[in-house]
Design a protein around this ligand. Structure first.
Ligand SMILES: Nc1ncnc2c1ncn2[C@@H]1O[C@H](COP(=O)(O)OP(=O)(O)OP(=O)(O)O)[C@@H](O)[C@H]1O
Length: 339
């Protein structure tokens, strides 16, 4: 495991904006730290202040109050060029660069080191090559940036921030607009970079389930509750996770540590069998509003069995698929005890 140390400290930090000379706070009194070798995910509902916090941490906007310390000095003491060697920022916006190749764009990550004319020497080029290979985009090198898919472009932007060789990388919704496998791939890439390169990685996301599975730490941001910080497991056990995302129709399942849809239950059946069939049938029944009461058939008129041989209702006809079983259940005049 990579050695971990505190890289950024937030002390009594208030974020927000000055609107017509009035200070409008978005988040208040955040006291927290980010660590090297850790992937931290910032979660919160729309408008909670995730982007505002990221903009404040990256020096785009000033804090309303409090202090951000990076290494041994305050963020305000860094010059722009010093900061560019400490913090890499990956934003989600589409790039307006035209006719720039992937190699050239990743090479821009070297600009804090290459001076006014941006001439890269051999060492710079090696660093760019390494960044490209770490992210696994060698095949894209010669492609122009505007021809890339969203996922490919996201990887290129991560490679650019790696070429920048900053100990800290901030990313604003890096998984937005990606299909699920690409989201997982980007998150796994960031997790391995935090581990293998000892980077401090802090990202905002709406991909709750993914963050719960992959983040070392979660920052939950919500106006009524403030910020709550911990491992996904601690935030699950102390009830914060369920509280923060409480909505009609959604429940936080403490057993799995994930959110699930709270189906409206209109009846119940009994279920026997063996995994994975029995688990899939349980899931399908829940979607139909049917709870599984027990595994012995007591108290319900319908007993469903699911195993490798097929799906059965009251040990009668063998149905070959979950779909057929559900159709048959719908046909029953009085399906369940609860109806
Ligand atoms: N430039 C600005 N001036 C004033 N208020 C702003 C400005 N930018 C954002 N806000 C407000 O600050 C609050 C937090 O916005 P922010 O964009 O940080 O939330 P967010 O958590 O990133 O939301 P989302 O998940 O929708 O992206 C919102 O109420 C927003 O309207």
């Amino acid at each position: 495991m990579a050695e971990q140390h505190e890289t950024i400290r937030l002390s009594h930090l208030d974020t927000g904006y000055c609107v017509r000379n009035e200070r409008v706070a978005v988040t208040k009194d955040i006291n927290a730290s980010l660590y090297s070798g850790e992937l931290t995910c910032l979660l919160g509902p729309n408008g909670a202040g995730k982007s505002t916090l990221l903009k404040t941490l990256t020096g785009f906007i000033a804090p309303l109050n409090g202090e951000i310390t990076i290494g041994s000095k305050s963020l305000t003491e860094y010059t722009d060029s010093e900061l560019a060697k400490v913090i890499g920022v990956v934003l989600t916006e589409r790039l307006s660069v035209s006719n720039m190749t992937v190699s050239e764009l990743v090479g821009m990550g070297r600009s804090p080191y290459t001076g006014f004319w941006g001439r890269m020497d051999k060492a710079d080029k090696e660093i760019v090559d390494e960044a490209i290979s770490l992210v696994g985009i060698e095949a894209l090198r010669g492609r122009t940036v505007q021809t890339l898919s969203d996922g490919e472009r996201q990887k290129v932007m991560i490679a650019k921030s790696l070429a920048q060789e900053t100990p800290v990388i901030f990313l604003d919704e890096p998984t937005a607009f990606l299909d699920y496998p690409s989201k997982v791939e980007i998150m796994q890439l960031l997790q391995s970079l935090s581990r293998e390169k000892s980077k401090t990685i802090f990202l905002s996301t709406h991909d709750l389930e993914l963050a719960l599975q992959i983040a070392d730490k979660i920052w939950l941001l919500d106006k009524p509750h403030g910020v709550s910080i911990g491992t996904p497991e601690d935030l699950s056990l102390n009830g914060d996770m369920g509280r923060y995302f409480q909505r009609d129709g959604v429940v936080f399942d403490i057993e799995t540590g994930l959110f699930k849809i709270n189906h409206r239950i209109s009846g119940a059946v009994s279920l026997t069998g063996c995994p994975p069939y029995v688990n899939m049938v349980r899931k399908a029944l829940a979607r139909q509003g049917l709870a599984v009461t027990d595994d012995c058939g007591c108290g319900t008129k319908v007993v469903v069995r699911a195993d490798a041989t097929g799906y059965f209702i009251n040990d009668g006809v063998c149905y070959r698929s979950v779909g057929e079983l559900l159709d048959a259940l719908k046909e029953l005049p009085d399906t369940t005890a609860g109806r």
